[in-house]
Design a protein around this ligand. Structure first.
Ligand code: KG4
Ligand code: ZN
Length: 336
């Protein structure tokens, strides 16, 4: 079964084809970063218009380079939320129209379920159950995953998401958008001499709060941030604080659930320091850790095609009405 996957929830147009037995056939990504860079962040209306421009050519290219035609495709999966309303609508309307024309099912995919299942595209995928840490620009979630669609929310961010904290801190340090990768590059030149707090680790529970780290960064900048080296040191200290906080909470989640497998996904999971810190903790815990390859940590069509394929195999697809949900709690998803 071939499933075409379409991702347009934010600033990347992603298209991929996944086959239920052969695995990932092809995936293409067009990033809008250069366009939004001039504005210091994503401009929703520009994002929607650019998806309109790029989506159909990318779908054509994906079919062509997969040596497939529309007649080979068995379902069209698209990100239905959460995300930017206008951007979501472009993907939803395109996917639903193609499905209607090709007379095949359309499958509405939850963006965070896409991230959560991205490690399943790797050669050595994790077995379920596992604990998933999802760290993206809009969400920080700890989820107990029993099966596809069987998700228990263990903890979440009470304010800024991890990626949002990276982006806002990067902005304070005078770095461009998206801040996460730029801050992480700067941190390589620094040493974490300053001790940033590890928020909410001194009390029980699995929720996160990253917004206080911004204030800490601002104070550190005012006190010491005069030279490039000072800024690199602040970046390193910030990054270490986020990594340690995530590690402490993941360890706690594994202990609380009794599970021995951790999956880490979403844009921030591309961060090398965070990957190394979590891997070190997992080794000490005699547990296993799984990440997507770096290009599937951030938004992509492959994870949507994969998630859509699992839902289609479970007999789930949409009626003729088009729905998108800018906000969509992951624990409202049906089981597979
Ligand atoms: O998953 P994603 O591509 O989009 C959302 O679903 O939000 O995540 C984007 C977020 C941005 O905040 C970006 O700065 C962050 O992931 N990010 C990183 C890195 N690469 C992307 N944060 C830290 N280090 C990175 N290497
Ligand atoms: Zn995402």
């Amino acid at each position: 079964m071939y499933v075409l996957g379409i991702e347009t929830s934010c600033d990347e147009t992603g298209v991929a084809i996944y086959h239920s037995q052969q695995g990932l056939i092809k995936d293409f990504l067009y990033s809008q970063i250069a366009m939004h860079n001039d504005y210091g962040g994503v401009v929703p209306e520009l994002a929607s218009r650019d998806h309109v421009r790029k989506l159909i050519p990318l779908i054509r290219q994906c079919l062509k380079e997969s040596q497939l035609t529309s007649a080979d495709i068995n379902g069209v999966a698209y990100t239905a939320g959460p995300g930017l309303m206008g951007a979501l609508l472009v993907g939803a309307v395109t996917a639903r129209s193609l499905a209607w024309t090709w007379q095949i099912p359309a499958i509405a995919v939850h963006h965070m379920e896409g991230h959560l299942l991205a490690p399943m595209l790797e050669v050595n995928p994790p077995a379920m159950p596992f604990v998933a840490l999802l760290i993206s620009g809009g969400h920080t979630l700890l989820i107990q995953v029993e099966d596809v669609g069987n998700y228990k929310l263990l903890g979440e961010s009470l304010d800024d998401a991890a990626g949002e904290a990276f982006d806002k801190t990067a902005k304070m340090l005078g770095l461009g958008y998206p801040g996460g990768p730029k801050l992480s590059k700067l941190a390589e030149q620094g040493s974490p001499q300053l001790k940033f707090p590890r928020p909410m680790t001194d009390r029980p529970g699995l929720n996160f709060s990253f917004s206080g780290l911004k204030t800490f960064t601002m104070n550190a900048l005012n006190a010491t941030g005069k030279t490039d080296q000072d800024k690199a040191n602040i970046a390193a200290a910030f990054q270490e604080a986020v990594a340690d906080t995530l590690s402490i909470k993941c360890k706690r989640a594994l202990q609380q659930t009794g599970l021995k497998r951790l999956v880490v996904a979403g844009g921030v999971s591309a961060n090398q320091h965070i990957r190394a810190t979590l891997t070190e903790m997992i080794m000490k815990e005699h547990s296993e850790i799984y990440f997507p390859r770096p290009e599937f940590c951030t938004d992509n069509g492959a994870m949507i095609a994969y998630a859509g394929c699992q839902r289609l195999l479970a007999g789930q697809h949409q009626d003729l009405e088009i729905h998108t949900r800018p906000r969509w709690p992951v624990n409202e998803l049906p089981n597979c």
